[in-house]
Ligand binder design. Sequence first.
Ligand code: IPD
Ligand code: CA
Ligand code: CA
Length: 282
Amino acid sequence: MKTLQASRSITELMETAQEAVVRAGRLLHEHWREFLEAGVGFKGPVDLVTEGDRRSEATILEVIRSRYPDDAILTEERGAVGRESEYRWLVDPLDGTTNYAHGLPVFAVSVAVERQGQLLAGSVYEPATGRLYVAGRGEGARRDGRVLRVSGTRELDRSLLATGFAYNLRETDETNLDHFDHFSRRAQGIRRLGAAALDLCWVAEGWFDGFWEYRLHPWDVAAGVLLVQEAGGRVTDFFGAPLDLCRPTLDVVASNGQIHGAMLRVLELGHTGMHRASSSTP
Ligand code: IPD
Ligand code: CA
Ligand code: CA
């Protein structure tokens, strides 16, 4: 049974998300070498996990539980923890683990909170640069206090896009390589950074005009989705439908809104043989 809880202000939720990502992010940065020396594990053929992922996650849980001990939390490394509750936290303790494990300073910590399917607050921290992103429903999106606004680019062939490739690339026909091919011929450029949370923050910044990726998880995108929406952008699945954060995997398209239709049309080119129902694996 779900526990009924007193309603909370968006500001207090934003503060908790920020405190969690900053504390965990500093730990990841300060102990980077030591965490890698502890060894790197494999969750799949190319899916890594480090001591950094685990320690960062423990730090975030500590912050959330110290304020909201009864909340549900979904984390990447532990799955669903805590009891069912009105509020649910979505935690990616280290987005960009492959980069982190190779010493590449492109990684982030992402924490968001939702209530009955509606994202209320989210924060992403990029430890290597110290950039701190935060958004609250109806409160806008900010980086280090500066209000964020998506780009004004109207055409796909003037757009800089970002994408990523899911870890099961070797085991599926939905590789994203066909979409990559189609977008490469239509956009100004495409980047693959290896940290979906940052890809979304950078759509909110207006640095990227759009982003798409198959089979992301709710913890990868929750904070970034709110950042894009609050910065005036649009986020859907590959068919233009709203994202359902209760699904285990999500196919995500995020954009400045203006090129969204054009992005969906390009994604359709690669949908041959794909059923609508497979857009987000149940
Ligand atoms: C991964 C990154 C990457 C994306 C993968 C994600 P992780 O998250 O966001 O950019 O392409 O699909 O799983 O494993 O580094 O937290
Ligand atoms: Ca991730
Ligand atoms: Ca992760």
